[in-house]
Ligand binder design. Structure first.
Ligand SMILES: *Cc1c(COP(=O)(O)O)cnc(C)c1O
Length: 368
């Protein structure tokens, strides 16, 4: 018998096996930031003091790398609850970043036809994760100034009965805080779960965390990423254990690495340093808001976060001109009809902000 007579299967192509909705997706776009002033991803420009990272390094040397991490992350949970003022009687669930928590919640709720609702424009991962999990996504438009459209949102809730509503507070990519009374009204009208995503809490000075005991279907989500620990990948969601115990079943047992557990606990001891950094960033945001408002042909939106959304003429060209000058920000033009000609800049260190502003003025003059 010759080799050629053995049956060789007709191997399937990716197009044959991968879900149509995944094939149709474009990859999550990330630009190469090598050598650039990186103001695209809401990172804290400041590192922890070397002393602190050296101590984390020393503690990492004691981590038993041959063992799986503590699946419950019990010590870390206690440290987080204390540091983030989680009301007693409330539980928390740990995620490999809060992106993973959105995914866990969506997977657990994805009954056939179940709806994941958010507002638009908002954090793009809500829609993407709804698709990954096979949930139906409904996006309710915000007002022109990106405020909540109460009546529209309430009627969308009544019509679609979402299993979960995600609201980012402050909102990304717009930077604004929704009116507290509008959020409360929505929360009280939604029979499903409401997740308030407080990723930008370190810069907003306001929270719904203390509302948790008063609302059975409220969850409050936080992350350490924007606070200055994006490399760690750690987020948590706080709420009633009735909910979290169910989500816990969907969480992969060792999703938070042993290094992350140790490093996060140690970094939380430097909470004062992180808090001071956040205060600096807020002050720099406010001066950046003033500077941008004084620029001709720039429309600036208010921000309670560590980034600013603004609109310019011919945003694609401005974005490229900035890039050519070594400044990487986020181009939101084409990402949503309400974000036409909008760009988003993260607040960096003072020198980075200055370079950005100079480059922006030059770029605007160039395309005049
Ligand atoms: C950045 C961001 C997150 C995700 O942060 P992780 O790094 O995954 O913890 C979640 N929600 C919003 C609104 C964000 O902007």
């Amino acid at each position: 018998m010759t080799q050629s007579l053995l049956l060789t299967p007709q191997f399937c192509s990716p197009e044959q096996l991968i879900r149509d909705d995944i094939l149709a997706l474009s990859p999550y776009e990330l630009h190469d930031a090598q050598g650039m002033v990186k103001l695209d991803a809401m990172e804290n420009p400041y590192r922890l003091p070397f002393q602190a990272t050296a101590e984390i390094g020393a503690a990492a040397a004691h981590v038993a790398l041959n063992r799986y991490p503590d699946s419950q992350g019990s010590q870390l949970k206690e440290a987080l609850k204390a540091a983030m003022l989680v009301p007693k009687d409330m539980d928390i669930l740990l995620g490999n970043g809060s992106d993973e928590l959105i995914q866990i919640i969506a997977m657990a709720l994805a009954k056939p036809g179940a709806v994941l609702m958010s507002v638009e424009p908002s954090f793009v991962m809500y829609q993407r994760i709804a698709l990954y999990a096979g949930m139906r996504y409904v996006g309710v438009p915000l007002e022109g100034d990106f405020a909540l459209r109460r009546a529209r949102l309430l009627s969308a809730i009544a019509e679609h009965r979402p299993a979960v509503l995600f609201l980012a507070f402050p909102n990304n990519p717009t930077g604004n805080l929704f009116e507290r009374s509008a959020v409360l009204q929505t929360l009280n009208a939604n029979p499903g779960l409401t997740v308030l995503d407080e990723a930008y809490h370190p810069f907003a000075q306001t929270t719904f965390m203390d509302e948790l005991p008063h609302h059975p279907n409220l969850l409050v989500m936080r992350t350490l990423s924007k606070l200055g620990l994006a490399g760690l990948r750690l987020g948590f969601v706080a709420g009633r254990s009735e909910w979290l115990a169910q989500f816990e079943k969907v969480r992969l047992p060792y999703n938070v690495s042993a290094f992350t557990q140790v490093a996060a606990q140690m970094a939380l001891r430097d909470a004062e340093v992180l808090k001071t950094q956040a205060q600096t960033i807020c002050a720099d945001r406010d001066s950046m808001l003033r500077e941008l408002r004084s620029c001709d042909r720039v429309e600036v939106f208010d921000s309670a976060a560590n980034f600013i959304l603004f609109r310019v003429p011919r945003a694609d060209e401005v974005f490229s001109a900035l890039k050519a000058r070594g400044i990487l920000i986020k181009n939101l033009n084409h990402s949503h009809p309400m974000l036409q000609n909008c760009l988003r800049v993260t607040i960096g260190a003072a020198e980075e902000n200055r370079r950005f502003l100079l480059a922006l003025i030059e770029s605007l003059n160039e395309i005049r």
